[in-house]
Design a protein around this ligand. Sequence first.
Ligand code: SF4
Ligand code: FES
Length: 201
Amino acid sequence: MDGTLSYRWSCRMGVCGSCGMMVNGTPKLTCAAFLRDYYPQEIRVEPLVNFPIIRDLVIDMTDFMEKLKSVKPWIIRKEEKPVSEGEYLQTPAELEAFHQFTQCINCMLCYAACPVYGLEPKFLGPAAIALGYRYNMDSRDQGKDQREIIGNHDGIWDCTFVGECSVVCPKHVDPAAAIQRSKVDVTKNWFQSILMPWGQR
Ligand code: SF4
Ligand code: FES
């Protein structure tokens, strides 16, 4: 009703990830937060925490965008085969290994819920790590060694497993699981590189 109020939205159906805000202190997609679920409580809507505010309810997402780019969220091939040789085939089990992590809509609710990101802005954060993990787990990808940023100090090792990222995620991506699994993966690779320095990691 107040035409001077600035806020972001696009799809109004929980798909685009633009409308994240704090609703009564909890990060929510506001297009999927219904008044009936709060009535007769008062409702307080605020900009997502842990991000700089541009104006009113609009936050600056530059940091998240840079972090997303840094994990190279696309399929990397060492050798591309010609299109004439057909697709890179994948079994249902291979798809299942990463499918859950493809559901991210980049809404940044997990960053607003993460106390580590709030204290340590250099932390790569839940969604960026989950997306990097998604490509690392894709049987068509060969670019794991180009996503070493995930295993750096400001990557998975900053996470203290609070788990709120997974609680607030509207798409059930479970970024906390991606982070913990990445910790196991990176540790295994490190031991292999010590025990078999000549071998391939
Ligand atoms: S992991 Fe979930 S909460 Fe985080 S950006 Fe993706 S969809 Fe949003
Ligand atoms: S407006 Fe697109 S997710 Fe809410």
